[in-house]
Design a protein around this ligand. Structure first.
Ligand code: ZN
Length: 201
């Protein structure tokens, strides 16, 4: 039996979502059609609105409804610091710490030559331009501590140092509340390497 074309198209469309195979796409399609038609309308509308209204902030590259996002327009932010992160979710995490008040540059990815993601795809030219604006005093690399995240941090360091821009990398180490006997030796070794003096002043 041949399934109706529109249903087949809906199932195929749902498969663009990461991690969604044919079975899950089918379940989602039946759920939307049978159990939550209102939700389906809302979903369709939200996707359409996001696609037409959201672009990238000209400064930080995060998603924004305005050419310059609210965070970049906030005069209370410390414009001398620029944190480089991989994804918008990392920005939210950084903000949750409430201990960083500088600005951001969101790469929207990481260097991954095997997947065809090079310096151009993560907008390194724009990052360098931004870091060389004369206001930024320090670029803080907060890419992930994965192989690709490290390679990305390394490449950015080389590019910025060549232009005389100060670069730092967030420290790796023992997690808050962590006990030494429960962490892996690689992390402990890194925490030792990145140790700092306990000077009070
Ligand atoms: Zn911005």
């Amino acid at each position: 039996m041949k399934s109706p074309t529109r249903l087949a198209e809906l199932i195929a469309a749902l498969r663009v979502l990461p991690g969604i195979g044919p079975k899950s796409a089918q379940r989602m399609a039946y759920h939307l059609l049978q159990r939550d038609r209102q939700g389906a309308v809302r979903l369709g509308h939200a996707i359409e609105q996001a696609l037409t209204q959201l672009n990238h902030c000209e400064l930080c590259n995060d998603f924004s409804e305005t050419p310059i996002c609210p965070l970049c327009s906030d005069s209370a932010r410390d414009t001398s610091q620029l944190a480089v992160i991989e994804m918008p979710t990392d920005l939210l995490m950084m903000e949750q710490t409430q201990s960083y008040h500088g600005l951001y540059f969101v790469l929207m990815g990481r260097l991954s030559p095997l997947d065809g993601i090079g310096p151009r795809e993560i907008h390194l030219d724009r990052l360098i331009q931004r870091a060389s604006n004369g206001t930024v005093q320090e670029v803080i690399l907060a890419t992930n501590f994965t192989m690709e995240g490290e390679a990305t941090a390394h490449a950015i360091t080389e590019l910025l140092r060549a232009r005389g821009i100060a670069v730092s990398r967030i420290a790796r180490g023992v997690p808050v509340g962590g006990e030494l006997e429960h962490i892996d030796s690689g992390t402990l070794a890194q925490a030792l390497t990145d140790r700092r003096r306990c000077d009070t002043n």
